[in-house]
Write a protein that binds this ligand. Structure first.
Ligand SMILES: NC(=O)c1ccc[n+]([C@@H]2O[C@H](COP(=O)([O-])OP(=O)(O)OC[C@H]3O[C@@H](n4cnc5c(N)ncnc54)[C@H](OP(=O)(O)O)[C@@H]3O)[C@@H](O)[C@H]2O)c1
Length: 281
C-alpha cells in the first residue's frame, strides 16, 4: 500500500480508503474491514446516516461493524472520518458525540459538514462549524472539513482555511458532480486546495458502479454494480493518477472487490512514484 500525508493536518492515510455507505450488516462487512487492515488500509470514512436493513425491517448502522473492527485495532494507526448533516452548532456537536458513542472511540480524526453543494448550502450549514470547533477545542475531533459533489463548493472551500480536509466527488466521466463543472475543473480546484496545505480525498470514483452508464442519477447504495474489471481499472486509474488527492474512499462490498481495487491502486501509485510505499505505521 502507498500512503500520503494530508497536507498540514499531518494525517497519514492509505491511498485506498474504505467507504462505509455500503448497506452491509456487520457479519458481511467485517471480513472486508479485516482484509483491508491486512492490505494496509488505515482510513475509514463514516457517517451516522449509513445504514443497513435488518431482517426484522429495522435499520442498523454501518458503524456497528466499524466499532467491532476498531476493538481489535491500535486506534492511533487508524484515521477515522465522520460527518454531520445538521446545520446548527448544537446539532453538529451532538453528531460528534453520537459518532464517538457509535464507534466506541475517544476522538475523530476528521469531522465534516456532509454533502454541501451550493452557496446556499454553505450559508445555511456554516453555523454548524461552531459546534464542530467546540468539539475540536474539547479534543473530541482533530480536524474539520466538508464533503461536496460540486466544483462550486470545492472552489469556495479554498477561501475558508478552517476547512482543513475536503472530500470531493471526482470520476472519469463527471458523474454525480451535479453538472457543476468538468472533472478537469474539479482537479484544478483540488490542486489549489492541496497547494494551500489542505487534506483532499475523493469519493464516487466508480459513481456507485454507474461511472460509464448513461444516467446522471445516483443509484441507491448497495445496488449491484455492472462494472467489468476493465471498467474498474479504467475508472480507478483515472482517480489514482490525479496528483491532487491524498486518498480515494471506495465503497467495497466484498473482499474480492477490495483486493481488485487495492491491486489497481498499487500499480498506478507505483508507476506515478510520488507516494510513499509502506505500512500503516
Ligand atoms: N459525503 C458525501 O456526500 C458522501 C456521499 C456518498 C458517499 N460518501 C462516501 O464515499 C464512499 C464511496 O462512495 P460510494 O460507495 O457511494 O460510491 P463508489 O465508491 O463510487 O461505488 C461503490 C460501488 O462500486 C462497486 N464496486 C466497488 N469496487 C468494485 C469492483 N472492484 N468491481 C465492481 N464493482 C465495484 C460496488 O458495488 P457492488 O458491490 O454492488 O457491485 C460499490 O457498492 C461511500 O461509501 C461513503 O463512505 C460520501
Amino acid at each position: 500500500m502507498h500512503y500520503a500525508t494530508m497536507g498540514n493536518t499531518g494525517l497519514r492515510v492509505s491511498r485506498v480508503g474504505l467507504g462505509t455507505d455500503i448497506r452491509l450488516d456487520p457479519a458481511q462487512f467485517l471480513p472486508v474491514l479485516h482484509r483491508a487492515t491486512e492490505l494496509g488500509v488505515n482510513f475509514v470514512d463514516t457517517d451516522y446516516s449509513y445504514t443497513y436493513d435488518r431482517a426484522d425491517g429495522s435499520h442498523g448502522r454501518s458503524w456497528e461493524a466499524v466499532r467491532q473492527w476498531l476493538d481489535g485495532q491500535d486506534r492511533s494507526r487508524v484515521v477515522l472520518a465522520a460527518k454531520t448533516y445538521d446545520p446548527s452548532p448544537d446539532g453538529a456537536y451532538a453528531h460528534v458525540l453520537e459518532s464517538l458513542e457509535g464507534m466506541h472511540t475517544d476522538y475523530l480524526d476528521v469531522f465534516m459538514l456532509h454533502g454541501l453543494n451550493t452557496m446556499d448550502d454553505w450559508d445555511r450549514f456554516r453555523p454548524a462549524l461552531e459546534g464542530c470547533a467546540r468539539a475540536r477545542d474539547e479534543g473530541l475531533v482533530r480536524h474539520l472539513g466538508l464533503s461536496t459533489h460540486t466544483v462550486t463548493m470545492a472552489r469556495e472551500a479554498a477561501r475558508h482555511p478552517e476547512l482543513e480536509v475536503l472530500l470531493v466527488t471526482l470520476n472519469a466521466t463527471g458523474k454525480v458532480m451535479k453538472r457543476s463543472g468538468t472533472p478537469a475543473e474539479m482537479q484544478l480546484a483540488m490542486r489549489e486546495l492541496c497547494r494551500q496545505g489542505r487534506g483532499v480525498y475523493i469519493m464516487k470514483a466508480l459513481a456507485r458502479g454507474r461511472v460509464f452508464t448513461d444516467q446522471e442519477q445516483l443509484v441507491a447504495a448497495g445496488s449491484p454494480s455492472p462494472l467489468s474489471h476493465a471498467d474498474v481499472e479504467r475508472a480507478l486509474t483515472y482517480v489514482f493518477q490525479c496528483p491532487h488527492a491524498h486518498s480515494v474512499t471506495i465503497g467495497m462490498r466484498t473482499v474480492a472487490e477490495l483486493e481488485e481495487n487495492v491491486a489497481i491502486a498499487d500499480q498506478v501509485d507505483e508507476a506515478a512514484g510520488y507516494w510513499e510505499r509502506g505500512t500503516a505505521a
